[in-house]
Design a protein around this ligand. Structure first.
Ligand code: OOB
Length: 536
């Protein structure tokens, strides 16, 4: 098994690992070494632009060394986990490579996460550190840190009672630990699982390949300029091809401080952006607002859209309004990525979610018994391959249900596959709400809904919405105390430390919840009832 160094990681079986190496998917490189090579190859070229700051590859390399030594001085050791919750800023990139150099592992939290999520991530990962901004979008992360039980808090900006990130500076010539390319490089957060979010171990070998192969498919070259529009900790802007794929070819990464069309268009003009990645609701906003913007968008050649299903009409509209090619991306933090390709027909690009990235990606479409469906029929997507996990981190029991005995990951997505290999997403069987690309695990929300004294039973379901694709709807049966109002319920969830994007957009109060034959809450009946406007 690969994935040594920390326990709780399920690696690939030795035979599969040997095959991925032999076929050249895994090159035995770490992000630490790679970023050093990039400094040699691309030296004074601009690696990262953030506001007025422009950082060359050489400078990025130096800053990563100074920070890596600073982390070692602070007692951070190979295999240690640090929860990283930063907005789209240069420090994120420096930290990623600094940690890679010492074999420490970032746990990728989103700026929108709050106490409930961060406490869970810190506990699950047994984190030794937590990196935050001081204040971002009006929220003081130092007040959040005060509620998290973690040894070191490092703050980008004014540290308050904590340690200044900027003070993490050691001797850059210090000897760095040797990092095994089959060890874990990063822990990503899964949106798609039952109960509380799980952590996804991604190794250097697999994630380097993920980023490099994605850069190939997007035909990135050193003259590209990639705009980081989505929150940086998401797999999509991080490695599909995102920051890591862009830096691998010597191109430039530009940070967007916000995902709005206004901010995006200004940066496209100013920084001559060629590629960016959006979720469908943002793509719609950008397409709608393009006509009203005087900004020169002619540099944009490719808009990647993924995270939720892109409407075919919008896919048709984008090239007309934004003047660039569109690419559908159906991916998951667990691994498998599907992309439409530059030479795909317009029809494939508009009506499918792409085909698997790697020739070594194995894809099965199965029925409820786990048997392959007839070609073209809808079924659950199972997959395994050189960059798809073999197990969630520290989740033995759950792993037994999320993987087949021969290592296929059960995605919970319903798809059909065309003869060309392209997949069309038709729905899902996992209990997750996809709110405009952000994932809301229903069970996590239900558990917190039940902590309100007015809630006796709770079910969280997604309801169709023109803008976000799905809205979060909380369906409750009240206690004798009587049902809370939506506003009260949200205040309670905020009090419980739940991120705002996971909070219900709608509240429905019922006398009882519909049940299936085996006595479980029937979410299908619930959604059918609610969307027909009648009581279920
Ligand atoms: C991306 O990753 P996650 O981990 O936040 O969410 C994965 C899930 C998929 O299992 C699927 O249910 C849904 O999000 N999804 C899509 C989709 N892309 C993702 N559903 C329909 N159409 C699409 N194009 O969301 C993600 C990771 C890497 C690249 C892009 C997206």
């Amino acid at each position: 098994m690969t994935g040594a160094l920390i326990d709780g990681v399920v690696g690939w079986p030795a035979t599969a690992a040997a095959e991925y190496r032999a076929r050249g998917y895994w090159c035995g490189e770490t992000f630490g070494q790679l970023s050093r090579n990039w400094a040699k190859w691309y030296g004074e070229s601009t690696a990262v632009v953030s506001g007025p700051e422009r950082v060359s590859y050489r400078e990025l390399d130096q800053r990563a060394d100074v920070l890596a030594a600073g982390l070692l001085d602070r007692g951070v050791r190979p295999g240690d986990r640090i929860v990283v919750q930063l907005p789209n800023i240069t420090e994120f990139v420096v930290l990623f490579f600094a940690m890679a150099r010492i074999g420490a592992i970032p746990v990728m939290a989103l700026p929108a996460h709050r106490r409930s999520e961060i406490a869970h991530l810190a506990t699950l990962s047994k984190a030794v550190g937590y990196v935050i901004p001081d204040v971002h979008q009006g929220f003081d992360y130092r007040t959040l840190a005060a509620e998290i039980d973690v040894r070191n808090v490092f703050v980008v900006g004014d540290p308050g009672p904590y340690t200044a990130f900027a003070s993490l500076a050691g001797d850059p010539d210090r000897v760095m630990p040797v990092v095994d390319p089959s060890s874990v490089a990063v822990l990503l957060i899964s949106g798609g699982t039952t109960g509380r979010p799980k952590l996804i171990p991604r190794t250097h070998d697999d994630y380097v390949y993920n980023a490099r192969a994605s850069a190939d498919v997007c035909e990135l070259t050193d003259s590209d300029r990639y705009l980081v529009t989505l929150p940086i900790a998401h797999n999509f802007p991080l490695a599909c091809p995102g920051i890591l794929g862009t830096l691998g070819v010597g191109a430039t990464v530009v940070m967007a401080p916000a995902p709005s069309a206004e901010v995006g268009f200004a940066l496209v003009e100013q920084e001559k952006i060629t590629v960016t990645a959006l979720v469908p609701p943002l793509a719609r906003m950008w397409a709608d607002e393009a006509g009203y913007s005087a900004a020169d968008k002619s540099s944009l050649r490719l808009l990647q859209v993924g995270g939720a299903k892109l409407d075919a009409d919008l896919a048709r509209q984008i090239p007309k309004t934004l003047g660039c090619r569109v690419q559908q991306v159906f991916g998951m933090a667990e691994g498998l990525l599907n992309y439409t390709r530059p030479d795909d027909s317009a029809d494939l690009v508009q009506t499918t979610q792409g085909r698997p990235l790697s020739p070594a990606d194995e894809v099965r479409v199965v029925d409820a018994n786990g048997d392959d469906v007839a070609p073209g029929e809808v079924g659950e997507l199972l997959t395994r391959g050189p960059y798809t996990l073999r197990g969630y981190y520290r989740a033995t029991e759950y792993n037994a249900t999320a993987f087949t005995p021969d290592g296929f990951f059960c995605t919970g997505d319903l798809v059909r596959q065309l003869p060309s290999g392209h997949l069309v997403v038709e729905g899902r069987i996992k209990d997750v709400i996809n709110r405009g690309g952000e994932k809301v695990p229903a069970g996590e929300l239900e558990d917190l809904l039940l902590t309100h004294p007015g809630v006796a039973q709770a079910a969280a379901v997604g309801l169709p919405d023109d803008t976000l694709g799905e809205l979060v709807c909380a369906v409750i049966v009240p206690t004798q105390a009587g049902p809370p109002k939506l506003k009260e319920l949200k205040a309670h969830l905020t009090e419980q430390g739940l991120a705002r994007f996971k909070q219900p957009d709608k509240l429905v109060v019922l006398d009882e919840l519909p049940l299936t034959a085996v006595g479980k809450i029937s979410k299908r009946d619930l959604v059918n009832g609610l969307t027909k406007g009648a009581n279920p």
